[in-house]
Design a binder for this molecule. Structure first.
Ligand SMILES: [Fe+2]
Length: 372
């Protein structure tokens, strides 16, 4: 919609919000996409004619989602992406970023100057605005779950993407030369004595660069650091950390990814209340079986299922069965840390904490039994 000049001054509405009640979160319902549904969609995509850009893809859309910004959770999409043997995608770059989890076959991801051989259950991130393409150099159909913050950018009206020419070749990284910044000479004036400052415009637009690279977490290596035998003292949940996200603790600037593993025979988790947080959690189960209790509803899951297991601010707890569990959890936790909006309540009768801007939840120093 565009406004004629004579309406520019009057088109905005003025909504009286005086005395409006305090806001309350409006979570979507939890939802499960069973393994069989994911597998049949992989097969359907593989059987279809090759699209012109090579991207066989199906975005999973929650029934509560509204365009623009269709996703599995508000602001988060999970797309099933498929390549047949020998195929590759047209190169692309975009201001959304991604987490890739290999769920069938294997293939290669080329991102700027990095090449990642993604095996089954490996995880990789693709940073924003770096050219990338996927190539299936294996013998089987390659399928990934691709998590993206594109729905949030679509909601904001600023999802920017460029098809790169077929001749695109990744550039080798040349980051040895120290960066020079004009921001270094920006005016810097104290205002008062509490920390407020005035800075020049170059301070806004010549921002210190933190190198953001595509990183690879092979399951063959990650899995060695997780519990393999009940009582072996190894951690049952670990974060796949990308140092570029600094204190936002992510695999990308929007998403953390954790790998959880509880071996068969691990003691069952004690039943009780769950916890809740403003970040949403999406679980991809790759081993074991169990159930989650989300807002009083029980959802059974098994290996191969994808769940919106913790819509923002809904109480949830996860319980593995005798077969144990293996699960990747993706949460938009770093996004919320950046916005100072990550509120967290570990005990439903305990405090609501703003993680990252006040003292955090303490006490997790060993193998964790609680759900994520
Ligand atoms: Fe959680």
């Amino acid at each position: 919609m565009s406004l004629t000049d004579d309406r520019l001054d009057t088109a905005a509405r003025l909504v009286d919000v005086s005395d409006r009640p305090a806001a309350t979160p409006q979570p979507w319902d939890p939802i499960k996409i069973p393994r069989a549904r994911i597998e049949s969609e992989i097969d359907r995509l593989a059987a279809a004619p090759r699209p012109a850009n090579g991207r066989r893809a199906s975005r999973i859309v929650h029934p509560a989602a509204t365009a623009p910004g269709l996703g599995l959770a508000p602001g988060v999409s999970v797309t099933i992406e498929v390549l047949k043997p020998g195929e590759e995608t047209a190169p692309l770059r975009e201001n959304a970023h991604r987490v890739e989890i290999g769920i069938r076959g294997s293939g290669r991801i080329t991102v700027q100057g990095d090449e990642i051989a993604l095996a089954h259950l490996d995880v990789a991130n693709i940073p924003s605005m770096q050219g990338f393409r996927f190539r299936n150099d294996g013998d089987d159909v390659w399928a990934r779950l691709s998590y993206s913050n594109a729905p949030l950018l679509e909601k904001l009206g600023v999802h920017y993407a460029e098809d790169l020419p077929e001749s695109w070749e990744p550039k080798p990284r040349t980051s040895d030369a120290p960066a020079t910044y004009t921001r270094g000479t920006a005016p810097d004036i104290a205002i008062g004595d509490e920390g407020a400052r005035l800075r020049g415009y170059e301070f806004l637009v010549d921002i210190e660069v933190v190198e953001s690279r595509a990183l690879h977490w092979p399951w063959a290596e990650v899995g060695q650091h997780l519990s393999r035998e009940p009582g072996d003292g190894r951690r049952t949940i670990m974060a796949l950390y990308n140092p570029a996200t600094q204190r936002r603790q992510g695999a990308t600037h929007s998403f953390f990814v954790t790998a959880s593993f509880m071996p068969p025979g691990a003691p069952p988790r004690r039943r009780g209340r769950g916890h809740r947080h403003s970040s949403v959690a999406i679980n991809y189960h790759f081993a074991g079986r169990g159930e989650s209790v989300v807002d009083g509803r029980t959802i059974e899951w098994e290996a191969g299922d994808l769940l919106l297991s913790a819509p923002g601010w809904l109480e949830h707890a996860h319980y593995q069965g005798p077969e144990g569990l293996g699960v990747y959890t993706v949460q938009d936790h770093p996004l919320h840390i950046g916005m100072e909006s990550l509120v967290w309540q570990e005990q439903l009768d305990g405090p609501v904490l703003a993680l990252g801007s006040e003292e955090g939840q303490t006490g997790f120093v060993g193998p964790r039994e609680a759900g994520t």
